[in-house]
Each structure stands twice: as structure tokens, then as C-alpha cells.
Design a protein around this ligand. Structure first.
Ligand code: SAM
Length: 243
């Protein structure tokens, strides 16, 4: 079955360009040829985070892999705003949710951080990265945010690049005005705390940093996963690519 529009989008590592051959690995082959039941001649939309979106055709395939060939460029490369999401990991499914939503909502990097009251000791970075890829594939994005390994918030702040502002979502400001209206600049990070909230010494340290803007997310205390989506929405609508 041939078609003009691809029903499947796939993130690949390979360069994309006119007549470029793109190998697919075993996992991608399983998805394309077993799950989505694509056959020779069918079309797939490819992106690699650098070259925009390309329409490609299945040339050969088997259980272990296959070859696609790029046919035509179908969309431009769109970079997200320079926005990082720093969050303290929570339960597995809710952490997955945060990564998925951050990728959909246009975060450029996702950095899980360990704070004083973070419950998670470790994360599966590879699994979270796979969630970010899947989210980019399904939302039509041409960019996949990098998911970093878990790191201590305190250490990250020790080496913090001072030209990057931090939108510190501070639960102690619950009920105050959001506080982002006068903000400007193009390098940002959103910081969301764990279920237990920030420790006093963390709040004090953050408030003393010149690059930090403390922000309220409204009159109710939100769960961390809700807070991440609310903060991304607020930032995108005020300073990001929703304006
Ligand atoms: N246990 C904390 C408490 O009761 O104060 C609540 C922590 S909340 C579940 C998790 C994180 O979401 C917070 O650390 C903060 O970053 C963010 N958050 C939730 N509601 C917020 C609000 N109304 N304003 C600012 N940040 C909020």
C-alpha cells in the first residue's frame, strides 16, 4: 500500500536528505512492520532533531531491521525555546507523565534533580529518554529534548550558568499573583519540587540567587506532575512559543 501522507512518524539518528538511506534497528522494525504493519513502498515521516521532517519509503524489511529511503522534505526543523525543566522525580508513572508532557510542551532539556525531600534515589534515564522520543513522535515535533541523569540540585546550583534564569515554583507563595509578567530573557529553567516540597535551606538559597524569579502557580497546592504542566503552560504563554 502506497500513500502520500505517512501514518507513522519515527525519530532516527541518521542524517536525512534527498535519496538518503536510513537503516532501522530491530526495535524500530518491530514497531513499523509488526505493530503498524507497514510494507515495502509504504511511507514513514522521519525526523532526527536536525534536518526537519522527511517523507521516506520502505525499501526492504525483515524481523531484524530494514532500510528506508528519504523521498522529500515534508516539514522544517523547529527548535523549541531555550527552556529547561528541572523537577524532582516522584512515583514512576507520574515521572513518566512529567517527561512526556515536557517533551510535548516544548522543553529543550529535561533535568531530574534530587532535592532534600526527593523520594526517588535513582531513575531509568534510558526509559525516560524513550518516553521523550515517543512524545515527540506523536505530537508532530521535530526535536527530542535530552533527558539528563539524576543529579543533586545543590550541585547543579553550584555551577549554575548565571545567564539562565530560574522560574522557581515556590509552594509557599500559594495564592499570590504568578509573578512572571515583568520577566524577560530567552534562557530559562523551570524548577518544580517533590511531593514533600522544598526544604527551608533550598528555598533560602534559591531566593538569594540573582537569576531566580519565585513564582506562584495559583491559589491551590498542585501535585508535582500537575505543577510541571501548569508551569510549562504559564511560561510558554508568557515568554515562550505560544505568544
Ligand atoms: N508538600 C508541599 C506543601 O504542602 O507545601 C507541596 C509540594 S507540591 C506537591 C510539589 C511542587 O509543585 C512544589 O515543590 C512546587 O514546586 C510546585 N507547586 C505546587 N503548587 C504550587 C503553587 N501553588 N505555587 C507554586 N508552586 C507550586
Amino acid at each position: 500500500m502506497s500513500q502520500d501522507r505517512a501514518k507513522v512518524r519515527l525519530y532516527v539518528d541518521a542524517p536525512l536528505g534527498v535519496a538518503q538511506s536510513v537503516p532501522v534497528n530491530r526495535e524500530q522494525a518491530n514497531y513499523l512492520f509488526n505493530v503498524m504493519r507497514l510494507a515495502t513502498g509504504d511511507r514513514v515521516a522521519l525526523f532526527n532533531g536536525r534536518d526537519g521532517e522527511w517523507l521516506a519509503e520502505v525499501v526492504t524489511h525483515n524481523k531484524r531491521g530494514g532500510i528506508l529511503t528519504c523521498v522529500a522534505k515534508s516539514g522544517p526543523q523547529c527548535q523549541p525555546p531555550d527552556l529547561w525543566l528541572l523537577f524532582a522525580p516522584i512515583k514512576k508513572t507520574r515521572t513518566d507523565f512529567i517527561v512526556e508532557k515536557a517533551a510535548e510542551m516544548g522543553a529543550a532539556r529535561i533535568l531530574p534533580v534530587q532535592t532534600r525531600h526527593t523520594n526517588a534515589e535513582r531513575i531509568r534515564q534510558d526509559r525516560l529518554q524513550a518516553h521523550a522520543i515517543e512524545a515527540a513522535e506523536q505530537c508532530g515535533g521535530t526535536y527530542v529534548p535530552e533527558v539528563a541523569e539524576l543529579q543533586q540540585l545543590a550541585r547543579l546550583l553550584d555551577d549554575w550558568p548565571m545567564d539562565r534564569q530560574i522560574m522557581f515554583c515556590d509552594e509557599s507563595l500559594v495564592g499570590a499573583k504568578a509573578g512572571l509578567t515583568a520577566a524577560s530573557g530567552d534562557k530559562w529553567a523551570i524548577l518544580i519540587g517533590p511531593e514533600g516540597g522544598f526544604a527551608e535551606e533550598e528555598t533560602t538559597r534559591l531566593r538569594e540567587m540573582d537569576c531566580v524569579i519565585s513564582v506562584s502557580l495559583g491559589p491551590r497546592i498542585l501535585r508535582a506532575d500537575t505543577a510541571a504542566v501548569a508551569a510549562l503552560t504559564l511560561w510558554q504563554a508568557t515568554l515562550g512559543d505560544w505568544r
